[in-house]
Design a protein around this ligand. Structure first.
Ligand code: C5P
Length: 228
């Protein structure tokens, strides 16, 4: 890209879905493909930013020209994002993070003959990485979160977004609709970007690359009254 408006910026981006092991061969995962986060990383690098991509499980290759830190579990993603955030002016949590993980990880394969016809899994809550990064942000550092929601009504979607924004304490929230056939694995995406006050500061529909650029337009031009 000829537009180098992110030159000198250091951006940490998480992408993909985390996996929580149940035993050595099984995990709890989600349908995130990592496409939107990868598109953000590629677009930010093309606009001159120095990008660290903390990559959970991706269905697409990581882009070239960015530093990739591969992770698998939520705990690993948290550690890698906290480290990457230390020298980033912008932190974007595009990863689909598991809200819960198995309370215990079995050292050997869970066996049908031992577990029987019903097997109950006990899950424990994972930490909210985004809320933690927002609470720990340094003056001037921007923290951007995503909200993937299955709500079809625009008003309800915005309402959910604004509630989530307040709970997470981030500077921007990218709200996008997901369902069985849209959002995660799809090539296209539709997003609304909210600022910390809940105002709509960006909106984009289209390929994940053009959506990425629209999100970065907001990030490249933070309001003077923005953070800290
Ligand atoms: O609460 P919810 O999962 O809808 O929030 C989504 C946003 O929060 C995303 O930016 C996601 O990366 C982040 N998140 C997180 N840690 C969690 C759950 C979600 O950072 N445990």
């Amino acid at each position: 890209s000829s537009n180098q408006d992110l030159a000198g910026r250091r951006i940490a981006i998480s992408a993909g879905g985390t996996r929580e092991p149940l035993d050595p061969v099984r995990f709890l995962g989600n349908r995130s493909s990592g496409r939107q986060g990868v598109a953000l990383a590629a677009a930010a690098a093309a606009r001159g930013a120095q990008v660290t991509l903390v990559a959970a499980h991706l269905e697409v290759p990581a882009p070239s020209g960015v530093t990739v830190r591969p992770v698998s579990t939520t705990a690993e993603l948290q550690e890698a994002m906290q480290a990457a955030a230390k020298d980033a002016d912008t932190v974007i949590m595009a990863a689909a993070v598991a809200d819960y993980r198995p309370a215990t990880v079995e050292p050997g394969k869970i066996k049908k003959d031992q577990a029987g016809d019903r097997l109950a899994l006990e899950l424990v809550r994972n930490p909210d990485i985004l809320a933690g990064l927002a609470a720990a942000r340094t003056p001037g550092q921007l923290v951007v979160g995503f909200a993937a929601e299955t709500e079809t009504d625009r008003g309800a979607l915005l309402e959910l977004g604004r509630t989530k924004l307040a709970r997470k304490g981030c500077d921007y929230l990218v709200v996008n609709r997901v369902g069985w056939h849209e959002g995660f694995a799809a090539d296209d995406n539709a997003v609304i970007v909210l600022d910390a006050a809940g105002a709509i500061v960006g909106e984009a529909t289209g390929g994940k690359v053009s959506v990425a650029h629209a999100i970065l337009d907001v990030v490249s031009n933070p309001p003077a009254t923005g953070t800290s």
